[in-house]
Design a protein around this ligand. Structure first.
Ligand SMILES: *[C@@H]1O[C@H](CO)[C@@H](O)[C@H](O)[C@H]1NC(C)=O
Ligand SMILES: *[C@@H]1O[C@H](CO)[C@@H](O)[C@H](O)[C@H]1NC(C)=O
Ligand SMILES: *[C@@H]1O[C@H](CO)[C@@H](O)[C@H](O)[C@H]1NC(C)=O
Ligand SMILES: *[C@@H]1O[C@H](CO)[C@@H](O)[C@H](O)[C@H]1NC(C)=O
Ligand SMILES: *[C@@H]1O[C@H](CO)[C@@H](O)[C@H](O)[C@H]1NC(C)=O
Length: 849
């Protein structure tokens, strides 16, 4: 009935990857070719003229035949320039190509609010999609500005998807300078729709009461909103403008489509159509039109004109709040023109109101039956934070398409390699959750492991598909780029210094937590006689990739001592940092050995490896693969004596890193004469006041908790009891806002790492680690034994602290935050809204681990 062609052709992808690597690879031509040509030339000098002519004639003939029959351009295109190994995809079928992610499922997930970086942005999960989005006119620094991409600088009072199911329905509340803007999104599948179905958006604006009860709002406010649609593939649109059918066209996969806008009579509408070559900055595109209009017409109003072959169309709705308008997208219109207008009626006005209400009720039912918060938290204030945490996590899920930029590894550099040179990873799609729409609107490898703990609870298939996309980015060596900056929208938010990914750098294999959880669920269902065949097939396809991933860690991140590991790639040369960061660990500035060397042993990484080996041992048995090597490796990594030998400081009773370290370092301000300007300058530099020695790195904090978090401490061991005492101590990690990241007794507690880098993992409270602590406590409180009551008491207190603070700060500030202050009032810190792992507060509320 409908066009169901897949988005991806793996062959096309790898062909693109090849040509990309040819462009950017700066390796010299292969030496054998050069050598051969030279030999041929010297040989020719000795030839007689006759032989030469004969040969020349033969050569011409052969070339002619070759030209006709073999098409030399094809031959040329096939000249094998090898793809550098790090840019070679893992050989094997893509996990995201599994039939369970195709067919009806793929179609159901086709459209969505997948443009994470926008306040409201809609696209399809296909590389070149139609892009729809909302902008509105706001004020920034006393000047008009367009709200479009989520910016902390816009200083919105709050914004979040307060309801969102990740697939078919969402409602967002935005409060901006006294205006309450509600955006609702819903999808609707009609038998007559084209591929992916229809969708509708309602934008409603009301004046938020800025005055005291009873007092009248003096000047009704004029508001101006813009809704646009653009074709990334460049196809031109038919723009009719005005109320009703606003724009129409034909798009990849979708076929014929129409976009209808229904605004009220109290508002006016104007439009513009533009031809744009790229879609990097649509804010700018619209802004330039408005500026010109303001200059020439004295009005900030679109000109009611369209350029030839416009592939971008925007409509501006202007009026006095309260006002609202509906946007309806209908597809498959080439076949069913008459029904299309009926479908529009069904998806707008009171009919839309009714449908939105139904969806809202469905969301609520599903939310309650999934998390059961009504029996677990105090009241509606808490429950609402739970809904928002989930909804904004799901509503921020994005679909990205593009190529990561890879720093050329030293072994591939040569005299021709220039500073700015990069490689491009193969073009690929990534469907993923994101930590924060304003600050981190793209995929982050270790964050995703935490996100999926919650997503899988809501929708297992969605979670599996996200995991599938991540593992499809694995290269032949078993490496996955840590930060995924795919496509213009993702790129627009990343400072240049952070764009390049390093093939030697790791990031915690936290996705194993999510996979472990899925595997456990599978085993339970199987033991009940209900094995989930789709899950089994998923694990089967995923398994070789997980093995490669494990192998990459197990070979590239090892330490000197047997069974020890460290995060490779710390900067041992820097003089700018008080303690060289370890971005690969995810705990960025968490203090490690002051002097990075290959003697280091990093506790957290070794514990992650224990989790990974255990997960692989479990999965091997699910997919009937030999598991001995994982069982053996897991046994080694969970062996308490070995763990203690490598990481336990018996003197202090703490689990620690080991390395070349001194506590006596400080940042000092130094004067120097700038050789270029001749002026005196000051610079902050690290000074080592006492030489480092090999030994324990005495910083107690989140890193020290990993043996507990990963379940490596037997409950009857003396270490277990002691770890509990340590974390409960208020001088160490215990606060009434949750566990802080670094003990107050650490020499680097709340210390800046450079003149400008404020403490990040050196004190503040982070939800992801607190969640893991609760998970460990929950486990030990359920095992009969000497600690169960202590565990359960600690569990309840920590849980209560976290919930109380996050809920309080949400209602007070309007946001969920990246971190929370570990002292004073526990205020939210860092980027916001942050509904990445901070959303785990919902699992905490619902006691699910
Ligand atoms: C996009 O354009 C706007 C308005 O001109 C500008 O403020 C913004 O910095 C641009 N963004 C990017 C990523 O270039
Ligand atoms: C409109 O909605 C009604 C009720 O849901 C349905 O019966 C009808 O078929 C729909 N009409 C179209 C054209 O989709
Ligand atoms: C609601 O949908 C029905 C068709 O199901 C249509 O006849 C009616 O006009 C619609 N109402 C509005 C207000 O659009
Ligand atoms: C991991 O590396 C260790 C040390 O080289 C080795 O003994 C072990 O077999 C490896 N494990 C796996 C699963 O490859
Ligand atoms: C808490 O830790 C501090 C610093 O390590 C120590 O001096 C104090 O005795 C501990 N308090 C308790 C109650 O154990």
């Amino acid at each position: 009935m409908r066009d169901r062609k897949g988005t991806k052709s793996p062959d096309a992808d790898s062909a693109n990857a090849r040509s990309a690597s040819q462009r950017s690879s700066r390796r010299p031509p292969r030496p054998p070719a050069v050598g051969k040509r030279r030999r041929a030339q010297t040989g020719c000098c000795n030839c007689s003229l006759g032989v030469f002519l004969l040969l020349a004639f033969a050569l011409v003939c052969i070339s002619l035949v070759g030209f006709i029959f073999y098409k030399p351009w094809i031959f040329l295109a096939r000249t094998p320039t090898p793809i550098p190994r790090p840019l070679t995809p893992f050989p094997g079928k893509l996990v995201s190509d599994l039939p369970q992610f195709q067919g009806d499922y793929r179609e159901r997930m086709f459209w969505g609010t997948y443009r994470s970086v926008l306040y409201l942005g809609i696209r399809a999960r296909t590389p070149k999609s139609l892009l729809a989005g909302l902008m509105w006119l706001g004020v920034k620094d006393n000047r008009y500005s367009l709200r479009h991409t989520c910016e902390e600088g816009d200083k919105l009072t709050r914004y979040a998807w307060v309801r969102h199911d990740g697939a078919t329905y969402g409602r967002q509340e935005i409060i901006d300078q006294g205006l309450a803007i509600t955006t609702s999104f819903m999808k609707h599948e009609d038998p007559k729709s084209g591929y992916g179905g229809d969708w509708a958006v309602r934008v409603a604006v009301a004046e938020k009461k800025r005055h005291k009860e009873g007092e009248q709002i003096k000047t009704p406010r004029q508001v101006s909103l813009f809704f646009y649609i653009a074709d990334e593939a460049g196809s031109s649109l038919k723009i009719s403008g005005g109320n009703g059918k606003f724009a129409a066209g034909t798009a990849n996969e979708v076929g014929g489509w129409e976009l209808h806008v229904k605004n009220q009579e109290t508002s006016s509408a104007s439009f513009v159509g533009l031809r744009c070559k790229h879609t990097h900055n649509l804010t700018q595109l619209v802004w330039q039109v408005l500026e010109k209009q303001a200059r020439t017409q004295g009005r900030i109003e679109l000109p009611n004109a369209a350029e030839k072959s416009s592939n971008f169309a925007a409509i501006q709705v202007t009026g006095v709040a309260p006002l609202s308008f509906d946007v309806v997208f209908v597809s498959g219109t080439e076949k069913h023109t008459v029904e299309a207008s009926e479908r529009v009626k069904n998806l707008s006005g009171v009919n839309l109101t009714k449908r939105l209400t139904e969806r809202e009720e469905m969301f609520e039912k599903r939310f309650q039956s999934t998390f059961h918060l009504q029996d677990k938290v105090k009241g509606e204030r808490e429950v609402e934070v739970g809904r928002v945490a989930l909804s904004n996590l799901l509503g921020s899920i994005g679909y990205f398409y593009g190529q990561s930029l890879i720093a050329i590894p030293p072994e591939y550099q040569d005299s021709e390699t220039k500073d700015g040179d990069v490689w491009k990873y193969w073009p690929a799609a990534l469907y993923t959750a994101v930590p924060s729409r304003s600050f981190f609107p793209r995929g982050f490898l270790w964050d995703e492991g935490f996100h999926q703990l919650l997503v899988s609870r809501w929708d297992r298939k969605m979670s599996k598909e996200i995991i599938a996309h991540w593992f499809d980015l694995l290269n032949i060596d078993g490496w996955i780029p840590r930060e995924q900056i795919l496509g213009d929208e993702a790129r627009s938010k990343v400072p240049d210094a952070f764009v390049k990914q390093h093939t030697s750098n790791a990031n915690p294999p936290a996705l194993f937590m999510a996979i472990h959880k899925l595997a456990t669920a599978f085993e339970i269902e199987k033991s009940l006689g209900l094995p989930n065949e789709e899950d089994r097939v998923f694990f089967e396809r995923l398994y070789p990739r997980l093995e490669a991933w494990f192998r990459w860690f197990n070979t590239s991140q090892t330490g000197k001592e047997t069974s020890s590991y460290y995060w490779h790639g710390r900067n041992a040369q820097t003089k700018r940092e008080l303690n060289p960061t370890t971005l690969m660990s995810g705990l960025d500035d968490y203090p490690r050995a002051s002097h990075p060397t290959d003697d280091e042993r990093h506790l957290d990484l070794r514990c992650w490896m224990a989790l990974a080996a255990q997960s692989l041992a479990k999965l091997a048995s699910i997919v009937d693969a030999p598991n001995e090597v994982y069982v053996a490796t897991a046994a080694q990594l969970t062996d308490l004596d070995l763990l203690n030998k490598l990481h336990y400081d018996a003197g202090s009773g703490r689990y620690l890193d080991y390395g070349l370290h001194t506590e006596k370092v400080e940042l000092q301000r130094k004067n120097f004469v700038d050789p270029q300007t001749g002026f005196m300058q000051t610079e902050v530099e690290r000074v080592v006041l006492k030489p480092p020695e090999l030994g324990w790195v005495p910083h107690y904090g989140y890193n020290s908790l990993f043996p507990l978090l990963m379940g490596l401490l037997p409950l009857d061991s003396p270490m277990f009891a002691n770890q509990m005492e340590l974390l409960r101590n208020e001088t160490n990690l215990w606060t009434t806002f949750g566990l802080r990241s670094l003990a107050t007794t650490s020499s680097l507690y709340m210390k800046h790492n450079t003149e400008h880098d404020a403490p990040y993992w050196r004190g503040p409270v982070w939800m992801n680690i607190n969640y893991l602590v609760l998970s460990a406590l929950d486990h030990c409180s359920k095992v009969d034994g000497q600690h169960s009551s202590k565990c359960s008491e600690t569990y309840s207190q920590l849980r209560a602290h976290l919930i109380r603070n996050v809920v309080k700060r949400y209602h007070e500030s309007g946001y969920l935050w990246e971190q929370y202050d570990n002292a004073n009032k526990g205020k939210g810190k860092g980027s916001h809204p942050f509904t990445g792992w901070t959303s785990l507060i919902l699992l905490i509320m619902s006691d699910s681990y």
